[in-house]
Design a protein. Structure first.
Length: 166
């Protein structure tokens, strides 16, 4: 099945089925974000949050209870080959900074922004404000005459959409 068009879909279905059997529920109906809440005897709730990337070959697990996390990883290890990359520093092009003492998590896409600017040879560009209305008007007027520059512009906009998602 590996290498076939439907391989990622088949893998995702199998993985999601495993998560559901483990008692983890899908919270976004997209098969990306999952959560399991367990009420403890002391009335506290332990929570594990799992986010998987598209084909489930990459993901994050965060948990409020270390014992619950270890049990989850042990259960997964029985059925899947896992690798632990240690404390999370980067995920999907975003830099993650954690201050556990203060309970702060910072997300930064500075490196992604710099990579996009470099890719499109715009590292030395001067920032300007463009309003969506101007962009849409320009796109409608020129949609029939696509030039290399227009295709490049669309690639830049497409790359920028990744910034808007985090």
């Amino acid at each position: 099945m590996y290498g076939l068009k439907q391989a990622a879909h088949g893998w995702n279905q199998m993985f999601v089925r495993w998560l559901l059997d483990y008692g983890i529920i899908n919270v976004d109906n997209d098969g990306v974000t999952f959560v399991k809440n367990v009420k403890k005897a002391d009335v506290n709730v332990s929570k594990i949050l799992l986010s998987i990337h598209v084909d489930a070959s990459d993901g994050l697990a965060a948990c409020s209870d270390e014992a619950m996390y270890k049990d989850f990883i042990a259960a997964m290890s029985k059925d899947f080959d896992l690798s632990d990359s240690g404390e999370l520093k980067w995920f999907l092009g975003g830099k993650i900074e954690q201050d556990r003492e203060k309970g702060i998590v910072r997300l930064s896409q500075e490196q992604y922004c710099n990579d996009v600017l470099k890719r499109f040879q715009m590292s030395d560009c001067t920032p300007v404000t463009l309003y969506v209305r101007q962009i849409c008007t320009w796109q409608l007027q020129t949609a029939r005459r696509w030039t290399r520059e227009m295709r490049m512009w669309c690639a830049i906009v497409s790359s920028s959409l990744g910034l808007a998602c985090i």
